[in-house]
Ligand binder design. Structure first.
Ligand code: LUZ
Ligand code: MOS
Length: 751
């Protein structure tokens, strides 16, 4: 087992921020959050809180030494509300006290009066009112307006998809420890150590070199800690520097669910045109992204939606428009897939509607329009490989999808109150941050004099196994036993200017930097070995801790080589930087080559619906996934299964309900995620096509793409429902909860 996190996790030994033994004098932070979705603070009396026992200080916007601004892409988000509140759950005051309980009690004692103002929760209403986060963006290919005429069938419709709570096991947390000379060290549960460092420096009016951020690991993140770990770390640092003692922020599950952003809900319109043979000639869509009250990562997520508008299909004439709409809900944020699942759902809805109108099967339209090598995406890039077709064909052949569909039809013909459904879901996902500048990473590798190796990178381990992959890269490149290597925590002191560990690119980029660093160390060690062995430099290599010469094992060991190099004053540390080559994008022309490569796969999903109750079971999901030459097949299988089930949850049972901007589903009993009992049988076949040179050691990115296989569950349920109610038009309204299924099966009217 190469994933060294697994043993300590299962024994309960791994330390998360909340487990760090309390340093002397530790105090705890809690916040008073806005109880209303929009309004003006007319009275704020913190004196009742300050007077309570155990309260060390009460911090408002007025106590911030630097800028009260935590916004990244757009600077539109205060750390603590200053006069105005824009969503229920927005932090207004931070209280620092001797216990978490005392801090929360004190926060509740604060006198707060807010004059409410009208609030908007619907993205289309926000757009109509002109409340946009950034200007509208449009991608286009061909001539969509001219193409409709050539179509034999044109259908229009709308589709909505709900948000999704990340529900990482570890809630948002940070521990800030004041150091000498006004410096601070923050242990933060963040995917973005440098963002925490930069924004802490901005808010506290410090240079970045006065702030260290260290991350050992996260108990899950899924995008929820890319931007939204930051405020909790900054609040802890603010308190720590004010009081000169360590301060910890640790959200309760309820606070975390109510106060932090989630996957963006989308409301979209589509129009699709096809020839009678099933060829898609034109596609048009408008996405209304519900961004919540602040920009957060919404503009970047909007961009990824546009880039994934046509999913795994080639459409010659496309126009897609996206609006990021400001509403009075918590700022929605990154979530595995980052806007791509929302756009792919709309495309699949359009295909479904077209198939129904034309009286043909969805899968026939899907197969007919898959991307081929050389096809152009609306963002200007050409597809390098034939992976989309290969994966789809492999799924159809390997799992005999035609037979599954026939079996489902047979079953439905003989069962009145139980119906089965089947759907295929192809995925094509672009790998790289869409913002080109973020596609960089670094590594710092030390070889110690005993031959042991320490690797630090920008990557944050969050359960995705990135450390296992980096370790594999280092062991493979150096040629030493993996047991000699330790992958270190992530610290802004050891690796600076880190991009978030996100966009499925953590292993690719940090692995590549590690590879470069290890190669330069070998370049320094090889001449020493050649000298000791009296051999030509090129013939010397390391394998299994022995030094090889001309491919044969010698008497020289790795330890002796390292020690000798040290005594000869060779530098045994290497720092390396990796910047993904070739990629570029021009936002003016909306053309470029934003991705290093694409990941492909296809899944076939089978479900059974109880048509009396509206309940359903996802019976089985079978996947063909193009993973490249995997650096760690077990880690990749885990990511595939986890992503798939998370995707199924998003389109089936996970339903966020807000009432007047207040989250109703703020507990695990009201917000249901898939558990082991509703996890389907999963069969995954990896295509080990090692043709992707841009992937680290040809092992392709795995974090996000499998989530989108889950979308197939929606359309499989729809398929089953159509067998019961062929007269009704489906609504394309995810998640497809049992409640919605029941209303569809037994409701009146067209839908
Ligand atoms: N984060 C980000 C991401 O900042 N840019 C991206 O393109 C991205 N893509 C996926 C997930 N997180
Ligand atoms: Mo992201 S959704 O933090 O890869």
């Amino acid at each position: 087992m190469s994933n060294r996190e697994v043993g300590p996790h299962t024994r309960g030994e791994s330390l998360f921020v909340a487990d760090i033994p309390p340093p002397r004098g530790l105090l705890h932070a809690a916040v008073l959050a806005s109880p209303v979705p929009h309004g003006r603070v007319v009275r704020l009396d913190t004196s009742p809180a300050a007077a309570l026992e155990g309260v060390a200080c009460v911090l408002t916007a007025a106590d911030i030494p630097g800028a009260n601004q935590i916004g990244g892409i757009v600077q539109d988000e205060p750390l603590l509300a200053d006069g105005q509140v824009h969503y229920v759950g927005q932090p207004i005051v931070a209280v620092i006290a001797t216990t978490p309980h005392a801090a929360r009690e004190a926060a509740a004692a604060i006198g707060l009066e807010i004059e409410e103002e009208p609030a908007i929760f619907d993205p289309r209403q926000a757009a109509a009112a002109g409340n946009l986060i950034v200007p509208t963006r449009t991608l286009a290919l061909g001539n969509v307006d001219a193409a409709w005429e050539s179509c034999d069938q044109v259908v229009e419709g709308s589709a909505t998809s709900g948000g999704q709570e990340h529900l990482y096991l570890e809630t948002q947390s940070a521990l800030a420890v004041p150091l000498e000379s006004g410096r601070v060290k923050i242990f933060s549960a963040t995917q973005a150590p440098t963002a925490v460092q930069r924004i802490t420096a901005r808010v506290l009016d410090l240079p970045m070199n006065a702030v260290e951020v260290e991350v050992a690991r996260l108990g899950g993140a899924f995008g929820g800690k890319e931007d939204q770990a930051t405020p909790w770390a900054v609040i802890a640092a603010l308190g720590a520097l004010k009081l000169g003692v360590p301060v910890r922020t640790l959200l309760s599950r309820g606070e975390d669910m109510r106060m932090t952003g989630k996957r963006h809900p989308y409301s979209s319109d589509f129009k699709i045109g096809l020839r009678a043979d099933g060829t898609i000639l034109a596609y048009q869509a408008t996405y209304y992204q519900n961004a919540g009250a602040a920009a957060d990562l919404s503009p970047a997520i909007l961009e990824r939606s546009l880039f994934h508008a046509t999913g795994s299909y080639f459409v010659p004439n496309v126009r897609v428009t996206a609006l990021s709409c400001r509403t009075n809900l918590p700022p929605f944020t990154a979530f595995r897939g980052f806007g791509a699942p929302q756009a792919m759902f709309v495309m699949e809805a359009a295909i479904s509607k077209a198939a129904r109108a034309m009286g043909i099967d969805r899968v026939d339209i899907q197969r007919h329009n898959l991307l081929s090598k050389g096809d152009t995406f609306p963002y200007g890039m050409r597809l390098a490989g034939g992976g989309a077709r290969r994966a789809f064909e492999e799924v159809e052949a390997r799992y005999d999808v035609a037979a599954s569909r026939a079996a489902v039809q047979d079953f439905n013909g003989t069962h009145k109150l139980t119906k089965k459904g089947v759907a295929v879901m192809p995925v094509c996902f672009g790998i790289s941050f869409t913002s080109t500048f973020l596609n960089q990473a670094a590594a710092l590798v030390h070889i110690y004099t005993d031959g042991s190796v320490s690797v630090s990178t920008a990557a944050v381990e969050m359960g995705q196994g990135v450390n296992a992959k980096i370790l594999a890269v280092a062991a493979h490149t150096l040629g030493v036993d993996p047991d000699r290597i330790r992958v270190e925590t992530t610290s802004t002191l050891r690796v600076a200017n880190t991009s978030p560990t996100a966009a499925s690119s953590g292993a690719d980029m940090n692995g590549a930097a590690t590879e470069i660093a290890c190669k330069s160390l070998l370049d320094r060690l090889r001449p020493v070995a050649a000298d000791l062995l009296d051999k030509k430099v090129e013939a010397v290599a390391v394998a299994g801790d022995r030094i090889l010469a001309g491919g044969k094992e010698t008497e020289l060991s790795w330890e002796d080589l390292v020690w000798t190099a040290y005594t000869r004053r060779i530098n045994l540390s290497a720092q390396a930087h990796y910047a993904t080559p070739r990629i570029h994008y021009d936002k003016e022309t909306e053309q470029g080559e934003p991705f290093a490569y694409h990941v492909f796969g296809s899944a076939v999903v089978e479900v059974t619906v109880d048509c009396l109750r509206g309940t359903y079971k996802i019976d089985r999901v079978r996947v063909v996934h193009d993973g490249g030459r995997s650096l760690d097949p077990l880690v990749d299988l885990g990511q595939l299964e986890g992503g798939l089930v998370q995707g199924i949850g998003w389109v089936t049972m996970e339903e966020l309900l807000f009432c007047d901007g207040r989250l109703l589903t703020d507990t695990l009993s009201t917000y249901k995620i898939p558990d082991i009992l509703c996890t389907p049988k999963i069969e995954a076949h990896f295509l080990e096509v090692a043709d992707e040179p841009a992937a680290v050691l040809r092992s392709k990115a795995i974090g996000e793409p499998p989530l989108m296989y889950g979308i197939g569950a929606y359309f499989a349920i729809e398929d089953a429902c159509a067998a019961f109610r062929p007269d009704r038009e489906p609504a394309f309204d995810a998640p497809m909860t049992p409640e919605k299924v029941l209303l569809f099966l037994h409701g009146e009217g067209s839908s």
